[in-house]
Design a protein around this ligand. Structure first.
Ligand code: SF4
Length: 371
């Protein structure tokens, strides 16, 4: 459906006329308008609005990249209830813990050397004893083996812990990481920024104010980043909308976020396993609402690794313009939570998925320059 055809709903749907005008003029939607998108408007209406916005930004282009993940450890000093990945630092390898040495990681990098990678994404558990030097040395070694590679490394939660450990400011940590070769930050660790929700699901780790401050400081240092939102657990729709508005307001100030990434909560093997996962229709609507609410972040990413290929493919018609990467079976964060086992996609497969939906695949680098 085209946006002009939505007029037929004007009589039935509250405020539709105003919402259409806001989307056309790229005016930020209010929380109340966001709630209408979630609760009152039929899915096809929200889809049409999101698709219009997507098309205005990117035409028929859908982005992908060639990347691998490095997850140096799943030992973690925290124990977020939604997390299936972490193990207590006291756990043994029989209990599923790993803690790579530099040599282990170098071996992984060497084995991917011929894949024309453009990005290495590094994130993992918050290690109890590794200090900032260890993390900077890791980045240096990555760059030595893969010269010119873009290193997207360490979530704000990991960075907050490094600052605490060293007794230095977030800015000092970021400067050290930048000096070592970190090019951008991933968006993880935001979960839901509401403090009460955060206390319930991720008590103990960096509060949302720290997450926001670290990204703001990074942007001021010209380190770009992404922003995630973990949805589908104990949060309300209002919490999601408030989260998007906070991210959007920071973007207004800094213009440093490249992509907004809604992450679906997966319920296998964690302390919230009693919560049912969201249905595909909810996921698609959530992508569309994200596209419309966070109107000032250019890219909306669907991690096929977490969503499954079919849903990720459908999300392209709900505002998504980026599917992320080839991955090469290098992440366990999502498979341990019940998503795809051994995730890997060839460039050919990614292109096919995109073309099958009548979009144009575009390989990108980490800051969305076409390659
Ligand atoms: S989400 Fe991150 S910080 Fe929380 S337990 Fe898992 S690895 Fe640790």
């Amino acid at each position: 459906m085209k946006i002009e055809e939505l007029k037929k709903y004007n009589e039935q749907l509250p405020e539709l006329h105003t919402v259409i005008e806001a989307v056309q003029k790229s005016r930020p939607l209010t929380l109340e308008e966001g709630m209408l998108l979630y609760k009152n408007y039929p899915l096809e209406v929200v889809q049409t609005l999101a698709d219009y916005r997507r098309e205005r930004l990117h035409g028929k282009k859908v982005f992908y990249n060639r990347n691998i993940h490095i997850e140096p450890t799943n030992k973690c000093v925290y124990a977020c209830k939604f997390c299936s990945f972490y193990r207590s630092p006291k756990s043994s390898s029989e209990e599923g813990v790993w803690d790579y040495t530099f040599e282990d990681i170098e071996e992984i990098l060497e084995s991917h050397k011929t894949q024309n990678l453009t990005e290495v994404h590094i994130t993992g558990g918050v290690h109890p004893t590794h200090e900032l030097d260890w993390w900077t040395e890791l980045v240096r070694r990555v760059k030595k083996i893969l010269p010119g590679i873009h290193v997207k490394a360490y979530t704000a939660v990991e960075i907050a812990f490094m600052a605490k450990q060293e007794g230095i400011s977030f800015k000092q940590v970021l400067l050290e990481l930048q000096k070592a070769g970190v090019d951008s930050l991933p968006g993880g660790g935001a979960e839901i920024l509401n403090s009460e929700v955060r206390k319930k699901i991720a008590g103990g780790k960096a509060p949302s104010s720290h997450w926001l401050e670290i990204h703001k400081t990074a942007h001021e240092l010209r380190i770009q980043s992404n922003a995630t939102m973990l949805y589908g657990h104990v949060e309300t729709l209002e919490h999601r909308l408030e989260h998007m508005i906070e991210i959007r307001e920071l973007q207004e100030q800094t213009d440093g976020f490249n992509a907004f990434i809604p992450l679906k909560y997966r319920n296998v093997n964690n302390a919230l396993s009693h919560i049912k996962e969201t249905q595909e229709e909810d996921d698609l609507r959530n992508f569309a609402v994200s596209r419309l609410m966070v109107q000032n972040i250019k890219h909306l990413k669907a991690y096929w690794v977490m969503l499954g290929i079919e849903t990720a493919q459908k999300s392209l018609s709900y505002g998504v313009d980026d599917l992320d990467g080839t991955i090469s079976d290098t992440t366990k964060i999502y498979s341990m939570a019940g998503s795809i086992d051994h995730p890997a996609m060839t460039v050919m497969q990614l292109k096919q998925i995109i073309e099958n939906q009548d979009f144009i695949p575009v390989e990108r680098d980490s800051i969305y320059n076409p390659i």
